[in-house]
Design a protein around this ligand. Structure first.
Ligand code: SF4
Length: 355
């Protein structure tokens, strides 16, 4: 666009897309590329993206492909520039106070979409692109991809007429890029509903084969277990706030809360032990002395009896679980104490302690 807001016709039309790296957003890019439109993409880091930590925390299953960042991988395959933008700080208010509420779990999808579209628009303006687009398909998701929610997103994000959805465009009102003749509406798609067959057929046509399964998910907020842990954190703090470290910590380990004033987080394998060990600052840690076992973090302020109980629980998950006695070492920044305890039998670990 030039200073008068008109685009320079000698330059290629440029669209900026939101790219998750999933099939739909990749196809949206290809549909526009097929028309000769110059495409670049943006991927947002919210703090809840599954790929940002999971690959680093979890040991890959034997023979499994190593973890990869889908958006980076897709951008590389599609030959587009990817802008990776960290929105995690401002995203807190979207998660803690979503105007449109939550989905099945603590996923504020509609507010999230509006926020990301706003951010994409800001970037589009900064970089001088002509319009923005997404890979959304009408009717595919219950909260944010519905015929009646698309206009809400466009209106509340302040992009009415300027957000193109190439995969469902033929079912939707014409957008400005179509009206201006920058994008050929005839070559856009008319996909609707939850079936992914049309997308898969189009992927085959484009020879796009290496895309993640839709079941893989990309956001911890749609995960029931994760949402439960986040809700537990809010309940116990009596405030809906979180830090980046809080939400990262919820991604790893076995979380047990034997009492309101403390919680223990037990590593489930070596990589989680290492990961939790990196987050020990400001917390007590528990390890078995001279025996292999999990690395355990203590959140909160347990008294001595509670600490002993925490040691008994932690010992249950270590090599000494069948020993009559195990010595556990509890360390803080400047403190170290040992407790000789009997590991707790499995049946004594109460169900309601598991967060
Ligand atoms: S699943 Fe997560 S990232 Fe995706 S729209 Fe919902 S809240 Fe946002």
């Amino acid at each position: 666009m030039n200073e008068e807001g008109c685009r320079d016709a000698s330059q290629p039309v440029r669209g900026l897309g939101l790219l998750s790296g999933g099939l739909d957003s990749s196809l949206a890019v290809r549909v526009l590329q097929e028309q000769g439109i110059e495409v670049a993409c943006v991927n947002f880091h919210t703090g809840f993206c599954i790929q940002s930590h999971t690959g680093a925390i979890r040991n890959p299953k034997k023979g499994a492909e190593p973890a990869r960042h889908d958006a980076l991988h897709a951008a590389q395959s599609l030959g587009v520039k990817l802008h990776m933008v960290d929105i995690s700080k401002d995203y807190v208010r979207i998660v803690t106070d979503p105007k449109h509420g939550y989905g099945k779990n603590l996923n504020p999808c509609l507010d999230c979409k509006i926020f990301m579209v706003q951010k994409a628009w800001e970037l589009k303006e900064k970089l001088g692109f002509d319009f923005i687009f997404t890979g959304e398909v009408m009717g595919q998701r219950p909260m944010s991809q519905r015929k009646d929610t698309f206009p809400v997103i466009d209106r509340e994000a302040g992009v009415k007429g300027w957000l193109l959805r190439p995969l469902s465009a033929q079912y939707m009102p014409e957008t400005e890029p179509e009206k201006n003749g920058w994008v050929n509406r005839e070559k856009l798609k008319n996909f609707t509903g939850r079936s992914r067959k049309p997308q898969m057929a189009l992927a085959q046509e484009y020879n796009l084969t290496d895309y993640p399964t839709p079941a893989g998910g990309c956001c911890f907020l749609t995960d029931e277990n994760y949402s439960r842990k986040l809700q537990d954190l809010w309940n116990n703090r009596q405030t809906k706030e979180y830090s980046m470290e809080d939400i990262v910590l919820l991604k790893a380990g076995r979380h047990l809360r034997p009492a309101n004033n403390y919680k223990i987080i037990i590593g489930r394998d070596e990589s989680e032990n290492n990961f939790l060990s990196g987050l020990k600052a400001g917390r007590l840690t528990i390890r078995a002395k001279n025996l292999p076992g999990p690395f355990t973090l203590v959140e909160g302020e347990p008294n001595e009896e509670e600490l002993k109980l925490a040691c008994r629980i932690a010992a249950r998950y270590g090599k000494g679980k069948n020993h009559h006695e195990v010595t556990m070492v509890v360390e803080g920044k400047q403190t170290s104490q040992t407790f000789t305890i009997t590991p707790m039998p499995a049946h004594e670990i109460l169900k309601e302690w598991h967060v």
